[in-house]
Ligand binder design. Structure first.
Ligand SMILES: Cc1cc2nc3c(=O)[nH]c(=O)nc-3n(C[C@H](O)[C@H](O)[C@H](O)COP(=O)(O)OP(=O)(O)OC[C@H]3O[C@@H](n4cnc5c(N)ncnc54)[C@H](O)[C@@H]3O)c2cc1C
Length: 143
């Protein structure tokens, strides 16, 4: 019998813009995709301001991840919080004592930036110490 290689399993952690687009890009590919997120919904963050000002309700900016990917046959969606990854073993620890294994991992749990630090660096480049910029000095940290 001919050897049939097993279908690779791709785990995507995070159902935000990054994770969802990765899953959608894999539509039709000969892979099994598992997308897991600690929430069961995708949050459309750019519209959060409208929720804060009551122009929209929270439900308008959150869509169930399963619904977004409902037409994609090679994807399963799991509600789980990833706690740790063992890159060498290609496994991960999830909440509720669950584990997962993967052939390929896409980590899309959001980048964490520090906009204040970036702006401070730009100010320094222009010879403006941040202490001299209104609203950027140490006094703002104390408030
Ligand atoms: C108020 C606001 C307005 C914005 N406006 C714009 C805009 O106009 N234009 C623009 O381009 N960008 C905008 N952004 C930024 C944009 O929303 C983010 O860059 C984008 O959401 C990042 O996508 P992401 O997939 O990297 O992360 P996210 O969308 O944050 O998704 C990360 C996902 O990972 C999940 N997750 C994290 N850790 C774990 C874990 N350990 N286990 C399981 N799941 C996990 C989270 O639940 C989440 O669903 C805005 C952001 C905010 C807050």
């Amino acid at each position: 019998m001919p050897h049939v290689p097993p279908t690779p399993r791709i785990v995507i952690i995070g159902g935000g813009f990054g994770g969802l687009h990765a899953a959608l890009a894999l539509a039709g590919a000969p892979v099994r995709v598992t997308l897991l997120d600690r929430h069961n919904y995708h949050l459309f963050q750019p519209l959060l301001y409208q929720v804060a000002t009551a122009a929209l309700s929270p439900a308008d900016v959150a869509s169930p991840i399963r619904w977004v990917l409902r037409r994609q046959r090679n994807v399963e969606v799991l509600l789980a919080h990833a706690l740790a990854i063992d890159v060498a073993a290609r496994t991960g620890a999830l909440d509720r004592n669950d584990t997962m294994s993967y052939d390929y991992l896409i980590l899309a749990t959001a980048a964490r930036g520090n906009p204040r630090r970036r702006v401070a660096a730009r100010l320094r480049e222009r010879g403006l110490p941040r202490e001299k910029v209104a609203g950027f000095g140490n006094d703002t940290h104390r408030r």
